[in-house]
Design a protein around this ligand. Structure first.
Ligand SMILES: N[C@@H](Cc1c[nH]c[nH+]1)C(=O)O
Length: 415
């Protein structure tokens, strides 16, 4: 039996970890270029905070812990909620925008996948404005980042939390019926949807409209055309206009080829109030990113603030990059390797210190005691009794001072 090992399917070796680190660096860099600043939230949260919020994570999926005083805590099941709470508490004037990003683990355990409890999310949250320009800028950031990661085929599905909600309000369904209907729409199970609706007291026109929802998927222009046919209220018309406005801005960014409309899109979280979206790449069944507008969440923390954001699932991204062979080979070579004899130890270690000070990566090997074969390097330095030798790119040089090593290495780099 293996003791103290928890089942996890990520980072099996150092190379995986380095690749993940590079991936996260790419995400952080792109978020920064759009003006986002990194924040962090606590791993332990008050259970009551999550259970009282409307639109929160499913209570059964939260991982609860009890602290030494007997208080029930929960391991951070979502980042959007605590960031909204913090921003709501700190923002006393609402006339400025806040752009925040994070790379944090979240903890959820669904009954279907009991071994999966932990995943890393890299996400952004924008607070302060609700305009089509902001919505499209946030979606553009997601697209820009997927391009950075070299995915050739990816799609962003855009929908709206309000479209389905508006329609369904006219049907006055019970909570259970609504939940079932949502699941069926999500899985586009058209036959079951029809059977369910046939059993409910819903007028025919409304039933047809609801049955159309899963079909409102695909190229934006044709989805808009089809959607117009089932508009039954001003609110639905506004929702559709909002989607069109956002799409127009995305066209100006020149990224409309990546965009698909999906009015049957229902995101996991219930706090969404406006546009919602998900991102898909080849060979990964689940979305690698999800997000949307959640203008009503701040109100629950006594500060109404328009807000929109999304989060990448870093584990899915990593899996996709590996499967599609998009990872750059991890460079194992070090900048400089120094071999030295016992007599030259002092001189060699001093040189290593100076070179590391100049940010070179340096490994030292005592010829007297080390028997291991070192990693490769194009710069090998030998401190021996008679002379000091540098092999740089297979060319031999003699030297007496450390600064000569630097100038020789830099000059061979330029060759
Ligand atoms: N917190 C959401 C993603 C998101 C970030 N911002 C808005 N939505 C999730 O875990 O699904």
């Amino acid at each position: 039996m293996q003791r103290y090992i928890t089942e996890t399917n990520r980072n099996k070796n150092v190379e995986d970890f380095q690749m993940r680190d590079d991936l996260i660096a790419t995400l952080k860099n792109r978020f920064t270029t759009y003006g986002y600043r990194q924040v962090q939230t606590s791993t332990f949260e008050n259970y009551d905070m999550y259970s009282d919020i409307i639109g929160t994570v499913n209570k059964d999926e939260m991982i609860k812990v009890i602290d030494t005083t007997g208080k029930v805590l929960v391991l951070r099941p979502d980042v959007t909620i605590p960031i909204t709470r913090i921003t709501a508490a700190n923002q006393n004037s609402n006339d400025f925008n806040q752009r925040l990003f994070y790379v944090l683990d979240i903890f959820r355990q669904s009954s279907g996948l009991p071994n999966q409890k932990e995943s890393t999310q890299a996400g952004v949250e924008f607070f302060g404005e609700n305009t089509p320009e902001i919505d499209s800028e946030v979606i553009m950031l997601a697209i820009h980042t997927l391009k950075d990661l070299n995915f050739r085929n990816f799609k962003i599905e855009i929908g709206h939390a309000g479209f389905f909600k508006e329609l369904i309000q006219q049907a006055s369904l019970s909570e259970q019926e609504l939940e079932l209907l949502q699941t069926l729409i999500q899985s586009k199970n058209i036959t079951e949807i029809e059977l369910l609706l046939n059993d409910l007291p819903i007028e025919e026109e409304l039933q047809t409209a609801i049955q159309t929802i899963p079909m409102l998927y695909g190229e934006p222009a044709s989805v808009i055309q089809q959607a117009e046919k089932i508009i039954r209220s001003d609110k639905m018309q506004q929702v559709l206009h909002n989607l069109i406005d956002v799409y127009e801005v995305l066209k100006d960014y020149g990224v409309d080829d990546y965009v698909i409309f999906n009015l049957g899109l229902i995101n996991n979280m219930n706090y969404y109030s406006g546009i919602i979206f998900q991102g898909f790449v080849d060979q990964v069944g689940q979305p690698v990113l999800m997000g949307g507008r959640y203008d009503n969440l701040g109100k629950q923390f006594n500060n109404a603030m328009p807000a929109i954001g999304f989060a990448f699932e870093v584990d899915f991204l990593q899996q996709a990059i590996q499967q599609q062979g998009l990872a750059e080979p991890v460079d194992q070579a070090v900048d400089i390797i120094i071999y030295y004899t016992k007599e030259k130890q002092k001189e060699a270690l001093k040189a290593a210190y100076e070179l590391r000070n100049q940010n070179y990566q340096v490994l030292t090997f005592s010829k007297a005691s080390s028997s291991l074969k070192p990693l490769s390097s194009i710069n090998i330095v030998n401190y021996e009794e008679e002379q000091n030798i540098l092999f740089s790119n297979n060319k031999k040089h003699t030297f007496s001072e450390t600064k000569e090593i630097i100038s020789l290495i830099e000059s061979t780099k330029e060759d």
